[in-house]
Write a protein that binds this ligand. Structure first.
Ligand code: SAM
Length: 387
């Protein structure tokens, strides 16, 4: 292991005129410090000792410029960590290859121009190497990994097995695989992903069985991520800061975690069905009846704040309900995306209805609206009041 003299002191060398690779661009989003801080603080608020004596692994990272590494190294003592490990993925293996080595690496006597492009790196903080009596960012040591730092490699798997808690923003294109990789090792974790990942067949059962939930710090709107300079800008929300770094705004971001937090134990304040019909702010509810699906024994509730507190049967609610989900208040029964609806036993729709709504599909919920037209709601999660 080589000492890192004040890692993250140097900014990224921005020298990029390499190919403008489009494939896999969603894998190269870098998380902002404040987003990490807000989320981790929420776990600490719930359990101040959540990281005490623990080994934290930050895989799929880029330690020289990662805010994950910076945040955990800076808070090593405050959190009572035993060991911090972060690993990065080799430039040559990335789909956008426009990062240059940082000065910290090229200035190091251990720099190897070939390995720098083809090997991943590992950063470790577990001893006071500079002997100043503190454990902090100045005590990080680094070396090249044997391979490219792929999280599926044996060497990174061994680090996973050594860790207690895994924290990262994994490559979006490998989210399912990454989730399975953590679950198979039975680790605690907090990772960033797109909210729609909950509908994946590998992910939803974990949500249903309370083995995985959304983190508390992001529940609406979009978040800004730093991207490589050559990142193709097609989206509306992007900017370049005064140092020339490029950022884009991404919608639908959520933390996925099995670390407990206070928000998930706060029940949603709700009205009875009768009061919703009298007072609801939603025109679909006020003065109307809740519609019952034609092909499944459940009512449709188009807004989470319109869930009737006294309804004992099944209810179809939007996916955003999970931002408010409290397992002591409701249980999750299923979801209706993909083939899941068929597994739940949704009845096929009568073929003559296709004339009225050509988008009807077997395995998806539908109800008949006030004008007698069959309608499909947006993606729904089926829930029931906890008995
Ligand atoms: C969404 S970025 C997040 C980086 C960093 N964790 C952050 O948020 O600042 C995902 C990172 O994973 C890397 N990556 C892609 N495929 C990988 C793989 N199979 N194994 C490890 N890392 C991978 C990407 O190159 C990228 O650096």
């Amino acid at each position: 292991m080589h000492p890192v003299n004040s890692i993250l002191r140097h900014s990224i060398m921005a020298n990029t005129n390499l190919a403008n690779a489009k494939t896999g661009k969603n894998d190269e989003f870098y998380t902002q410090y404040s987003d990490i801080q807000k989320e981790i603080n929420a776990y600490l608020e719930y359990d101040p000792n959540v990281f005490r004596g623990k080994t934290v692994l930050l895989p799929c990272d880029d330690p020289e410029w990662s805010n994950f590494t910076k945040f955990f190294a800076q808070n090593f003592e405050a959190f009572g960590l035993k060991k911090l490990i972060s690993t990065s993925y080799a430039v040559e293996s990335k789909k956008i290859k426009d990062w240059q080595p940082t000065f910290f690496e090229t200035d190091s006597p251990y720099y190897d121009a070939d390995k720098s492009r083809t090997n991943g790196k590992i950063f470790i903080l577990d001893e006071d190497i500079n002997g100043d009596g503190r454990f902090n960012i100045n005590d990080l040591q680094w070396s090249y990994l044997e391979g490219d730092g792929d999280f599926r490699s044996d060497e990174v798997k061994a680090l996973r097995d050594e860790a207690d808690i895994i924290v990262t923003n994994p490559p979006f294109s490998l989210f399912r695989e990454f989730m399975a990789w953590m679950m198979e090792a039975g680790k605690q974790f907090s990772v960033i992903g797109n909210m729609n990942a909950i509908t994946y067949k590998e992910v939803f059962p974990l949500i249903r069985d309370n083995k995985l939930w959304y983190g508390p710090s992001i529940s609406s709107g979009d978040r800004e991520f730093m991207v490589p300079e050559s990142y193709p800008i097609e989206a509306a929300g992007w900017r370049i800061d005064e140092k020339g770094k490029k950022y884009i705004r991404v919608k639908g971001v959520r933390w996925f975690t099995n670390l407990d937090h206070g928000r998930r134990h706060e029940p949603l304040p709700l009205l009875t069905m009768e009061d919703n019909i009298i007072y609801s702010k939603h025109k679909e509810i006020k003065g109307k009846q809740y519609v019952h699906y034609e092909n499944y024994d459940a009512i449709d509730v188009p807004y989470s704040d319109a869930i009737p507190s006294d309804y004992e049967g099944l209810m179809g609610v939007p996916i955003s309900f999970l931002d408010k989900y409290c397992p002591e208040q409701f249980e999750i029964i299923g979801q209706t995306q993909g083939d899941s609806g068929k597994e739940l036993g949704l009845k096929p729709y009568p073929r003559e209805l296709k004339k009225l709504n050509p988008s009807l599909r077997d395995g998806q919920l539908y109800y008949i609206d006030e004008n007698g037209i069959p309608q499909k709601p947006y993606a729904r999660i089926l829930i029931r009041k906890k008995q």
